[in-house]
Structure formats: C-alpha cells, structure tokens
Design a protein around this ligand. Sequence first.
Ligand code: HEC
Ligand code: HEC
Length: 478
Amino acid sequence: MKNIFFRHQPDKEAAHWAATLLLSTLTLVSLSGCGADGTSADSGTTTEAPVDTTPDPSTDPDTEEPREWQAVGGAATVTFQDDLAFLQFIPGLDLATAPTVSQGRELFVADWTAAPGSRTLLDGLGPLFIASACDDCHLVSGRAASLNDDGTTSHGILFRLGTLDGQPDTYLGGQLQTSATVGAPEGRVTWQDIGLGQPQFQLSEAEHTLDDGVQLGPRLSPQLTGVGLLELVPEAQILQWHDPDDQDQDGISGRAHSLEREGVACLGRFGWKAVQCTLRGQSAGALHQDMGLTTPLNPAEPCTDQQSICSEQPSGGDPEVSLDSLNAINDFLTLLAVYDRRIDDQTQFDRGAGLFEQVGCDDCHRPTLTTGDTSAFEQLNQQTIYAYTDLLLHDMGEALSDGMKEGDAGDREWKTPPLWGLGLIEGNGDSRFLHDGRAETLVEAINWHGGEAEAARQAWEALQETGQQDLLVFLRGI
Ligand code: HEC
Ligand code: HEC
C-alpha cells in the first residue's frame, strides 16, 4: 500500500518526513517511556508506590476492576505494522468495490497546476493559493512542518484574516494566500518567538496593508485521524455537553458552534474553531481558499472585488473541481482508518488514563463518542471511538486568543481537538501543537491551557512527577 501512496511523491521533503514518521513511530513503540524533554519516564513503572491519588487511578472507577480497552476506532482501527500510520484505510475495504476511494487518494496527493495544464482534471490552481496539494499541508494526512529555515512560516500553518467582530480584510479577504501562479502573492508571514514559545506573526511583502483591527489568525494543519468517524457522531450526542452558561457549575461552559451551511442549520465540528460541519464543506473550503480551485460549493475564484488578478487568468473549468472529484475526496477522507493505541506498560498506561480523568482533562477531551448509523460504509456505523473530544468550543483564556471572531466563535474560543494519534506526531521533530503551533511538546501544550481549562492545568501541575509521566505515557499511547 505504501508504494501506491508514494508513487507520485510530492517531493523529497515528503519522503524524508514519511521516513521520519515511520522511524519515530517505531522508536515510540519500543521506547514509549521517553519524556518530552528526552528524559526517561521509567520512574513510573509498576514497582513504584502508587501516585498521590485515591482511588487507584489504574482501575475503572465504576467497577474498580482493571480497565478494559476496545479498539480506538472500532471496526475502523488498524494496528501498526510497517506502513504509514495516518494513511491507511479501514480494514476489510475492497478497493474494487470503492473505486472512488482510490481516485480520492490520487486527488489528495496530486499536485495541481495552473490552467491550462497538461492534465485537465488537475488544472486550475490559483491564481492565488497557498499550496498545490492537500498533502503539502496534511503530509501523508498527518501534520507538516510549520517553519522554514529562514523563519518564515511553511505549509504546516496558514493565516485567516479578520477582526474581533468577524470582518475579513476588504482587500485581501478572509485568508492570506502566500503564493500566486502569476504576479505577486498576498504576502508572507514570519514567526517571532516572544518568550515561552508564544509566537508573534508578522506580515511582510504584503500586497496591501491590512485594514484597521484585522489580525493574522494562525491555523496549524491538523492530522486527519478518524475524520470520517467524527463526522458520523450524531449532533444530539455532542449537545448533551452543551452548557454555555455553565448551569451545572463544573467550571466548564463548552458550547456547540451552530452554523448554517448550504442553507441548512448544522453543528460545526471541523477546524480549530469548528467552522465546518461536514467533510465535504471542509474539502471544498480547502480547495477554494488554500488552493484557489473553484468547486460546485464555491463557484467563484477566491479574490475580492479589488483583486483583478483572478478575472484576468484562464480558468481550469467551470467549476475547476467537479462534484465527482469532490465526492471522491470525501470518500477518501471518510475511509481513513484510525491507528490503534501503542501500549508498552499496561499498568502505567491505565494509571495515566485514570489521572487524565482525575485532573479533569476528560471534561472536554471526552474519551468516547459513538457513531450513528447513517454511513453507506457499514464498518463505520455504531462504533465506539476513543477520540478524546467533545467537539465543543471552549474559552481557553487570553494567552490563546487570536484576536478574531470566526463564524460565531470568539477570539478565545477553540474546539477541543481530538487527541488520538498525537503521540505519533510528537515523534516527528518538525510538528507542533495547539492552533498556532506554539507548543513543541505535549507538556508545553498542556501548560498553555487557561480559561475553562485553568483548573485542569493547575491539577496537572499539582501532580507528582511520576503522575505527570504516567499521564504523558497515556497521551502518547492514544
Ligand atoms: C495550505 C495548507 C492546507 C491545504 C492545502 C489543505 N489543508 Fe486541510 N486543513 C488545513 C488547516 C490549517 C486546517 C484547520 C482549519 C481551521 O482551523 O479552520 C485544515 C483542516 C482540514 C480538515 C479538518 C480536520 C479537523 O479535524 O478539524 C480536513 C478534513 C482537511 N483539512 C482536509 C483537506 C483536504 C481534503 C485538502 C485538499 C483538498 C486540504 N485539507 C488542503 C490546512 C490545509
Ligand atoms: C476546558 C476544556 C479543556 C480541558 C479541561 C483540557 N483541554 Fe486540552 N485542549 C482544549 C482546547 C480547546 C485545545 C485547543 C487550544 C488551542 O489550540 O489553542 C486543547 C489542546 C490540547 C492539546 C494539543 C492538541 C493538538 O492537537 O495540538 C493537548 C495535548 C491537550 N489539550 C491535552 C490536555 C490535557 C492533558 C488536559 C488535562 C490536563 C487538557 N487538555 C484539558 C480543551 C481542554
């Protein structure tokens, strides 16, 4: 399967990254006790006295028996062998009966070109765009590097443009396009560390100055683990935790991002601020805003009225990406498998799981969700999945504000990101955490939690060293 994915490998960097991922994954499996800072986490093995918490966090609090773990993604789970973790399809999928999936995969990794191109199916890129392939940003459907050697930001991170009350820039629009097939791109962004890893982004070589109050809203490219399963979780299940006024007074006031897309009210679940309800909407948005490709959902090129460059360039079709192609990409995303847990020391892992609950991480990173029964692919229906998210928006405090509103989500509000697969990312040196990539390790990511997560962060800080290591072992294994 690997050879198919890399038959038209985008570039050497991807090959290098893929190899790094593969190696780091292997390393992680065998050395899953290695700390974020390179220190050993072996201090928390079974020979130690239990950590400072009662009841014993390694047991299931309901039964007080050892925990039982089902497969992470139900029937959509694969176990690691010698392939790339983020680019596998659900088990038992007969590609002959799902030809669109292979086509979707081709479209995901393909490099699009400006029109007219020699491959008409794949032309129409730009004129303004960020990357020429989905896979440039979601490298083998994981996370790409965020920084270039010269301090400018790379494909792993893009920038929305907006104000505190949600207005886009009148000249550049709602997203900065850092490349152009002809003429100048809209600008470039450099990354400056202003202490503790908090980045300050600066726009340079801009085609036009930003309107007053318009901010750069950084968005790291997330891994695409289990997105098909997340799409199938019924809204009612997510809404059970919707508690905007914190009526249950647990300090957590998560709320659903209510949106309207294609004329229908829906609940946002994709993107850092949950601005897309469906994979179809997400893909169409990416084709349009990230790659400059029109689709049946976005028939006009992504230029503002003030940017004449779009109307002056040849089009790659009307639309440039057909409904069939969009559906094929959708099937590809839907059928991506989830990679199973990596557990080295079951007792330590279970203790970490217990501490994750005791310090309150699970108030937002909800361990399980169950998919509905509406998928045409039977294996995806009614599966219990361990994604560790409630898919709700939370106020995460001022330090994580991006200074803009997106949809109905405020500047301090972020969707709880799913945590499955994160341990595989930490093994890859270039990939980072949180919406703007400010955290280089899982520990840094936890330490930036504020707002509704302030109490959980404090409880994490109060854990003994061994407890913290147990919790990290758990996080790296899910
Ligand atoms: C320029 C980089 C870039 C390109 C190209 C790109 N993406 Fe993304 N993708 C992102 C970023 C950044 C996000 C998070 C967006 C947000 O926060 O609103 C994202 C989010 C997603 C998500 C939602 C993941 C989640 O769990 O929230 C999916 C699915 C996705 N992209 C699929 C695609 C597909 C399919 C393509 C190609 C058609 C594509 N992307 C092209 C950067 C990119
Ligand atoms: C109030 C809800 C809430 C609680 C409680 C919470 N988190 Fe989070 N977590 C979030 C949100 C929202 C983000 C994304 C914030 C951002 O990107 O700016 C996040 C991000 C993360 C990330 C980075 C994910 C990524 O994809 O880069 C990790 C790791 C994480 N949380 C672990 C934890 C742990 C461990 C705990 C318990 C100590 C915890 N969280 C408690 C809501 C919460």
